[in-house]
Design a protein around this ligand. Sequence first.
Ligand SMILES: NC(=O)c1ccc[n+]([C@@H]2O[C@H](COP(=O)([O-])OP(=O)(O)OC[C@H]3O[C@@H](n4cnc5c(N)ncnc54)[C@H](OP(=O)(O)O)[C@@H]3O)[C@@H](O)[C@H]2O)c1
Length: 235
Amino acid sequence: MPGPGPPRWPEARGVSVWVNCACSLDGRLAFAEGVRARLSSPEDLARVQRLRAGSDGILVGVGTVVQDDPSLRVHWDRIGARPGRDPARIVVDGSGRTPTGARVLDGSIPTIVATSERARRAFPPAVRTVVVGSARVDLARLFERLPELGIRRVLVEGGAGILASVLRGGLFHRLTVYYAPVVIGGSTAPPMVAGGEAAGPADLVTLRLAGTTPMGDGYVAEYRPDGPALGRRPG
Ligand SMILES: NC(=O)c1ccc[n+]([C@@H]2O[C@H](COP(=O)([O-])OP(=O)(O)OC[C@H]3O[C@@H](n4cnc5c(N)ncnc54)[C@H](OP(=O)(O)O)[C@@H]3O)[C@@H](O)[C@H]2O)c1
């Protein structure tokens, strides 16, 4: 369970996928219309930085880049560590709509944009572009390609669309959710998982609870997929 030491990543034959996000108690990732909400407690922020520091790549969707403009870097000072190797940034952008001025494109850290055949966009030379998929990014294929790019531990941070594909596709080994003791409510605040409707039990993603840990004024719940990870269903 998440503690103050370095996180223990799951063993995996190819890439090891750890999904992490912060939610309100009602399962929202952000404020109305997706406006960024800083939900993590200071303790959880430190936990996430340790998780980032132990990863080879941090993955987000282009929706998160457009909405939040994250730097996706490790804040070594928050974990009292000397700066080490920065994990690569991985942006899932099927249509090539990452803003030109986005921080992920600043060239300061190795960055991969995973895109699809429908994208007509050229990215700066410092950015590695990987085309996987015809209209959307095929995440299962992307994860297969990552080891050849030196990435074996990938931390998936969101947002709601990416979490839908990764969780519903069974493309993960571990999920940790920080639950902040707040309620957001409303109808436009993004839920933890977006995507299509679940019509019944056959559409459920089932998980096993591995434990819960108090984290400041909230708590972290850790889950494992209920069954073999990676590629149980199409992504
Ligand atoms: N609380 C947290 O921990 C946390 C963390 C991250 C983000 N967030 C929040 O999440 C929200 C953004 O979520 P979002 O759903 O709008 O965006 P997102 O999940 O970051 O990105 C989704 C976009 O990725 C592209 N994409 C390409 N292939 C995909 C695939 N196979 N599966 C899913 N997406 C694919 C699609 O855009 P194209 O069709 O253009 O390719 C899609 O619209 C923001 O409000 C942000 O603040 C919260």
